[in-house]
Design a protein around this ligand. Structure first.
Ligand SMILES: Cc1ncc(COP(=O)(O)O)c(C=O)c1O
Length: 430
């Protein structure tokens, strides 16, 4: 039998060390909300490949759609020989995305590529250079992605120079004591001292910040941003790469706010693990770019589009939006119960939207000092007990839950029990 340790040694020798990894096991197969390693050990998956498995690993309907498309053809390049499932996916996404206006879509491979292209579209449409982004935002690893993203270490350290004309504004966040007034004040300062609003092409934001720590936008902030964008002709771009596809109990997190962005970036669970991302939004903005202005070899690969169509079917046939909401409530309740019954004072905040649930760990609830080391200890202990967890937040002191929406109540309970005992052990050791 090949062991985890053997492959890990080979990985050390052959794979770039820049790829940090959080698990010590090597995946062999996965189904629903569970993963097994090459030694046959089972893990409950609360990470879902960082939010790519909302319908669960290896859903039979998705696998069958992938197999069928792979038998037909795997790649022609949509710009050379188009295929119908790309068009079908665009039609369905246009209908599902918020906004009663005429929409169009186009597809790429990684989420970061969707963000890059949203910048291109907004700049072309407005013929303006400026981009607004927010503290704790995350938009990918490309140069534009780094420029728009807030996390310095290790995402940005040593990679300068970044693209210019990007302006960062505080994201209102009650727990971290940043108010909407702070945000409004920062916009005022920006427009008075650095760039006039008529030179801003787009404002990029996440309705629920993913990598930044599951900070949920307040409705008043989203409404304010919409008004600001309308007033100055700024393209409002919702980055829903992590928050869409049922993660918050709605297809798009923006549906909670009743506000339609001009463009929405999607990715992750859209392709269920196959590389697929996209932009959906106002046809008038997207179609400002003439033929040939956007594209790429692999974008909207037919096998990935087949998976994406099957995923949309599964979400509606299995009622995964409602199921996700129920799962979110279950997780939130369990977090509150375990915090009440245990003698810990390390859970600073329990937050989320739908089943984008998270806890923030602190060294002292009053000072709210982040407890990054304790969090990484909890993740390590949980892994040794068979639970995969993913952290978030600038100090990596947030545990975010990205379990497939299709996970059974029993699996969620089992995972949450492991998490509870892992927190207890880590606290006892600290
Ligand atoms: C909100 C958001 N935007 C963009 C990205 C980048 O996507 P990708 O890693 O597929 O390039 C991510 C990935 O975590 C994300 O969460």
């Amino acid at each position: 039998m090949t062991t985890n340790a053997e492959i890990d040694l080979r990985r050390n020798e052959s794979v770039a060390r820049a790829l940090a990894y959080s698990s010590t096991f090597v995946a062999a197969r996965a189904r629903g909300g569970e993963v097994w390693d090459v030694e046959g050990n089972r893990y409950i998956d609360f990470g879902g490949g960082i939010g790519c498995q909302n319908v669960g690993h290896g859903h039979p309907k998705v696998i069958s759609a992938i197999e069928k498309q792979a038998q037909a053809f795997t790649h022609t390049c949509f710009q050379i020989s188009p295929y119908e499932n790309y068009v079908q996916l665009a039609e369905r996404l246009n209908n599902l995305a918020p906004g009663g206006f005429h929409k169009k879509s186009l597809f790429f491979s990684a989420g970061g590529e969707a963000v890059e292209n949203a910048v291109k579209i907004a700049r072309f449409f407005t013929q303006r250079p400026g981009l607004i982004t927010f503290t704790n935002g995350y938009h990918g690893r490309s140069y534009m992605g780094m420029g728009l993203s807030a996390r310095m270490n290790p995402f940005k350290v040593g990679f300068r120079p970044f693209p210019t004309e990007i302006f960062r504004i505080p994201f209102p966040d009650k727990y971290h004591k940043i108010t909407l007034d702070d945000t409004k004040h920062a916009f005022g300062t920006l427009f008075g001292s650095d760039i006039e609003p008529t030179q801003i092409a787009a404002a990029f934001f996440e309705p629920v910040q993913g990598e930044g720590g599951y900070n949920v936008a307040e409705p008043e902030f989203i409404e304010y941003l919409r008004e600001l964008c309308d007033e100055h002709g700024i393209v409002m771009v919702a980055d829903e790469i992590q928050s869409a596809y049922g993660r918050t109990g709605k297809m798009f997190a923006m549906e909670h706010y009743g506000v339609a962005p001009d463009l929405t970036c999607v990715g992750k669970s859209m392709g269920g693990g196959l590389p697929l991302s996209g932009i959906v939004g106002r046809a008038t903005i997207i179609d400002s770019i003439p033929p040939g202005g956007l594209g790429g070899t692999f974008g909207g690969n037919p096998v990935a589009c087949a998976a994406a169509l099957a995923i949309l079917d599964v979400i509606s046939e299995e009622d995964l939006l409602d199921k996700g909401l129920r799962m979110g409530t279950q997780i939130d309740t369990l977090f509150r119960e375990m915090t009440d019954k245990n003698p810990w004072d390390c859970i600073g905040d329990i937050r989320g939207l739908g089943c984008m649930n998270a806890i923030e760990l602190v060294s002292n609830p009053e000072s709210r000092e982040p407890a990054g080391e304790l969090t990484s200890e909890i993740v390590k202990i949980a892994l040794s007990k068979g639970l995969v967890l993913v952290t978030a937040g600038p100090a990596r002191n947030v545990i975010r839950i990205l379990a497939p929406l299709s996970s059974s109540t029993e699996i969620i309970n089992e995972g949450m029990n492991i998490l509870e005992s892992s927190i207890s052990e880590a606290v006892a050791q600290s």
